[in-house]
Design a protein around this ligand. Structure first.
Ligand SMILES: [Zn+2]
Length: 310
C-alpha cells in the first residue's frame, strides 16, 4: 500500500510541458521568432559585422529579422532552418513540434492536417521535417550488461490464417517481405537502434555490435544464430530461449527491455501511422529512440527539438 502511494506521488510530480504553458510562451509568430533568435544568436557577444561588443539587435517590424542598432547588419533567425521557406505560420510549426514533444505514440500527418487546417501534403512534410529534428546525438558506447534483440516490421504474416502462415524456423532470422530493426540497450539505459537493409545475420550484426559496444560487455540475446559468435568477442553471452517459451533464463537474464521498446515502436507504427513505407522507417525508429532517450526530460523535449531546428 505504502509502495502504491509512493508510486502515485511520483507520477504526479513528473514534469511535463503543459499546453497552457505552451500557449502562454508562444501566443504568436513574433514570440516564436524571438525564441529562434534567442537560440541562434542569444549568446552572441558582439555584432558579427561591426564587432561592437554587446551590440543590441532590434526586431524589424515588417520582416522576420533583427538588425544591429550600430551598423544595421541583419540577422535572420529562420535562415537555414526548416522554417526558412515555409508559408505555414511559425506558431503552427511550434504547435506541431509541441504535439510531437508530448505524445508517446507519435503524431499522424492526418492529425496535423485536422488541427492546423493545412493540406495533407503540407502536414506530411511538416511531420517529416520535425521527425528529422528528433535525432539523438551519436550513441555513446554501450557497456556492462547489454541486451540485443531484433524485430520485424511490416508484412501481413499475423493477419494471415494460421494454416497459411510461414512457420517460424528456430534459429533462423528471416525477413520474408519484412524489415528487420535491430536494437541494443545496456544496463544504464543507453540504447542503439538501426533499421537493417537485409536479413539479420552475423555478417550484418557483428560489425554494428562491435562498433557500438564495449569489449568487456556481457550480452543477453535470444537464441538466434546471428548472435552465436558473441561469446568469443565479448566477456560473456547469455541466451534466453524464446523457442521453448523461456523469457527469463535460469540466471535471471531477459531481453524484456528491448522487447518493451519494440512494443512501443509497433504501437506507434500500427496505432498512429497505420502504414509506414520501408524507405521512411528509419526516421520513425529514430523518433522513437529520441523519445526513449529523453524520457526523463519530457518537459525539455520541446526545447530539444527546437534547438535541433535552429
Ligand atoms: Zn553591427
Amino acid at each position: 500500500m505504502a509502495n502504491k502511494l509512493k508510486k502515485k506521488k511520483k507520477l504526479c510530480k513528473r514534469k511535463t510541458y503543459s499546453i497552457h504553458q505552451f500557449r502562454h510562451d508562444y501566443p504568436d509568430d513574433d514570440a516564436c521568432l524571438e525564441k529562434l533568435f534567442q537560440i541562434k544568436y542569444g549568446k552572441l557577444k558582439a555584432c558579427p559585422r561591426c564587432g561592437v561588443a554587446g551590440a543590441k539587435f532590434k526586431r524589424i517590424a515588417t520582416r522576420p529579422c533583427y538588425q544591429c542598432v550600430e551598423c544595421e547588419y541583419q540577422l535572420h533567425p529562420m535562415a537555414g532552418t526548416v522554417f526558412e521557406k515555409t508559408t505555414t505560420p511559425l506558431v503552427c510549426w511550434f504547435y506541431a513540434i509541441y504535439l510531437f514533444s508530448v505524445t508517446r505514440n507519435g503524431v499522424a500527418a492526418k492529425e496535423l492536417e485536422r488541427q492546423l487546417r493545412v493540406t495533407y501534403k503540407t502536414a506530411w512534410r511538416m511531420a517529416d521535417q520535425i521527425r528529422k529534428l528528433m535525432v539523438s546525438p551519436t550513441t555513446e558506447i554501450l557497456s556492462g550488461i547489454v541486451m540485443a534483440d531484433e524485430t520485424f516490421i511490416g508484412g501481413l504474416e499475423k493477419n494471415k490464417h494460421k494454416n497459411k502462415r510461414i512457420p517460424k524456423q528456430p534459429g533462423v532470422i528471416s525477413n520474408q517481405g519484412k524489415t528487420v530493426v535491430f536494437g541494443m540497450i545496456d544496463e544504464k539505459g543507453k540504447m542503439f537502434t538501426q533499421v537493417l537493409n537485409g536479413e539479420a545475420n552475423a555478417e550484418t550484426l557483428l560489425p554494428l555490435i562491435k562498433q557500438n559496444v564495449d569489449k568487456a560487455a556481457m550480452f543477453v540475446t535470444d537464441g538466434h544464430k546471428a548472435y552465436f559468435g558473441l561469446s568469443k568477442q565479448f566477456k560473456a553471452h547469455h541466451v534466453v530461449n524464446h523457442e521453448i517459451g523461456e523469457y527469463v533464463n535460469e540466471q535471471g537474464y531477459s531481453t524484456n527491455k528491448m522487447e518493451n521498446h519494440w512494443s512501443g515502436l509497433k504501437r506507434m507504427l500500427k496505432g498512429t501511422h497505420i502504414h509506414v513505407d520501408k524507405k521512411h522507417l528509419h526516421k520513425y525508429v529514430a523518433e522513437n529512440l529520441f523519445r526513449f532517450t529523453n524520457r526523463d526530460r519530457a518537459d525539455k523535449m520541446f526545447e530539444l527539438i527546437l534547438k535541433n531546428a535552429a
